[in-house]
Design a protein around this ligand. Structure first.
Ligand code: KIV
Length: 285
């Protein structure tokens, strides 16, 4: 299957086909996701928690993101990939934002970048990056890089005023030139209202069933990341349990001398080489 483009995503919205979006952070996972047929992969700064063991996304650096985007690109050469701009890689100025967005494209060959927020400053960043010819996905609602201001990791837009403000934020992101917006952690009614008023693809994570597409963090939906599971996650598998069982079996069998089995998990030597080997050893004493 060939890599989808912005035109394909707009066409999917028109045809009422759902856009399937999933995070990945490494070569192997990206390869499996491409095989499964996802439309779009996000290399999220959730990398910080899922792969690097941090409690938040704040410590994630541009170099972390670039390295993992490169691995994901190698695993999924035919999938549209979005690189997530980490904390303080775009907030300080338009120039910094454009330079770092450019690094994503140049060094890791992703197709677009994503950035959080929707005030006038973020609108300027979206305009500046878009003017440099780079596709931008906005991200509104539960935006972890703005954790302090939004009152922690919790659903947004639950009051009428906050919900209306999110609808306006989505419009601002659209008018600033983003090719799409990701809406995270809002009531279904808010996801629906934003989607109905949008002229670009609206992806949702924890935003209900009415958005044009859905995103999940892959480690949540396969049961690998168990530190915390948001309400909106559906667990499609329990890979974490399968892995712990495999590791435990290996520990036990190795300790008991049941692994490896000679002749089954071992390399062979031709009989004549083995005979000569033993005679050489004997001569060596
Ligand atoms: O970093 C990430 O994976 C994200 C999603 C949670 C929306 O931004």
């Amino acid at each position: 299957m060939s890599k989808k483009t912005v035109n394909d995503f707009n066409g999917m919205v028109e045809a009422k086909e759902k856009i399937v979006y999933l995070t990945a952070y490494d070569y192997l996972t990206a390869k499996m996701e491409e095989k499964a047929g996802v439309d779009m992969i996000l290399v999220g700064d959730s990398l910080g928690m899922v792969c690097l063991g941090y409690d938040t996304t704040f410590p994630v650096t541009m170099d972390d993101m670039i390295r993992h985007c490169q691995a994901v690109r190698r695993g999924a050469p035919n999938t549209f990939i979005v690189g997530d701009m980490p904390y303080m890689s775009y907030q300080a100025s338009d120039e910094l934002a454009v330079a770092n967005a450019g690094r994503f494209i140049k060094e890791s060959l992703v197709d677009a970048v994503k950035l959080e927020g929707a005030g006038p400053m973020i609108a300027n960043r979206i305009k500046a990056i878009t003017a440099a010819g780079i596709l931008v996905m906005g991200h509104i609602g539960l935006t972890p890089q703005f954790m302090g201001q939004i009152g922690g990791y919790k659903a947004q837009g639950r009051s009428a005023k906050a919900a209306l403000s999110l609808v306006k934020q989505a419009k601002l992101v659209e008018e600033s030139g983003a090719f799409s917006v990701l809406v995270e952690g809002v009531p279904s009614a808010v996801g629906k209202a934003i989607t109905e008023r949008a002229n670009f693809p609206v992806l949702g994570i924890g935003a209900g069933p009415y958005t044009h597409g859905q995103l999940l963090i892959y480690a949540d939906m396969v049961g690998l990341y168990d530190n915390f599971t948001p309400k909106f996650v559906k667990k499609y598998a329990n890979v974490g349990e399968v892995m712990v069982k495999a590791f435990s079996d290996y520990v036990q069998e190795t300790r008991e001398g049941m692994f490896p089995i000679d002749g089954e998990h071992t390399y062979k030597m031709k009989d004549e080489e083995a005979v000569e080997f033993w005679s050489l050893l004997e001569k060596e004493g």
